[in-house]
Ligand binder design. Sequence first.
Ligand SMILES: *[C@@H]1O[C@H](CO)[C@@H](O)[C@H](O)[C@H]1NC(C)=O
Ligand SMILES: *[C@@H]1O[C@H](CO)[C@@H](O)[C@H](O)[C@H]1NC(C)=O
Length: 321
Amino acid sequence: MSVLAILFISLILSNFSNKTEAKTFSFKETTIDDIHKAFKQNKLTSRQLVEFYLNEIQRSNPILKGIIEVNPDALILADKADQERKSNASKSLSRLHGIPVLVKDNIATKDKLNTTAGSLALVGSIVPQDAGVVKKLRNVGAIILGKATMTEWAASRATNLPNGWNGRLGQALDPYVASADPSGSSTGSATSVAANMVAVALGTETAGSILSPSSANSVVGIKPTVGLTSRAGVIPISHRQDTVGPICRTVTDAVEVLDVIVGFDRDDFPATKKASIYIPHGGYRQFLKADGLRDKRLGISKDFFGSNDIKTYQQHFNTLR
Ligand SMILES: *[C@@H]1O[C@H](CO)[C@@H](O)[C@H](O)[C@H]1NC(C)=O
Ligand SMILES: *[C@@H]1O[C@H](CO)[C@@H](O)[C@H](O)[C@H]1NC(C)=O
């Protein structure tokens, strides 16, 4: 064998080993698709994922205050999911199976977690059952990791309440700029996803409470049409406006979660029945297009920005181009 051939083979080999190394699971900024693949390839367990998030929460949450309560059973649920994956290896489990989800503190969970809308008045109260959206998450094997903090009573208590503040936990911070307004009222759902304390969260919106904190913390929120997601077990403000939606790090993730939580719920009867007619057969995921923005024209409303902000914004806009 010539020296050249040996050199060639070793180059191929080193290239190969580099690639396999690069494929080990990376926890930071991970997505549902990454996690799902890593589960399938036995590179990751739900326990490892939950342990990672619990460590991040222990490290960051005392400062960021994004999570009001951590589920004491999260690791037990993770072990159960790992067990199910082992014994059902040949079956196709949901893409959310074994994935931790943080739910806003106004969404009922019938477990050890309190459901309080951030209010001391509701600590220790007992909900009759899981909220409709939580039932749907549990049905596909998702793990409820904890409760996200929020503006107390979703800002309906007073008009001058600071965004992301409540009497139980205090003030949540924007993980990118601590002095910035983290927005609300689904504050913790957005900040915790941005800070890698979880990949998937649920928020609720009556008027801007999903979209605004998602925007302020650079994550992706979807505000579904009222009735598309069940409000059963969600502390209400307006039955004509309240809706539950996903807050994630990517559009794809938010759509995957939307697919799981939409649909009929007899505990939110007329609204979910009416809206469920419009759910596309096969779900929303089929409409995701990697080049969906090609040839689209986007407008920038410069009036909303200061002169410094618009420079930064323009840079990012050029990236989109
Ligand atoms: C997976 O296996 C468990 C037993 O470990 C069983 O109870 C469960 O129904 C199975 N799930 C699916 C989706 O097959
Ligand atoms: C729920 O509230 C009770 C106080 O009534 C508290 O003892 C308990 O630790 C809370 N649950 C969690 C998971 O923090």
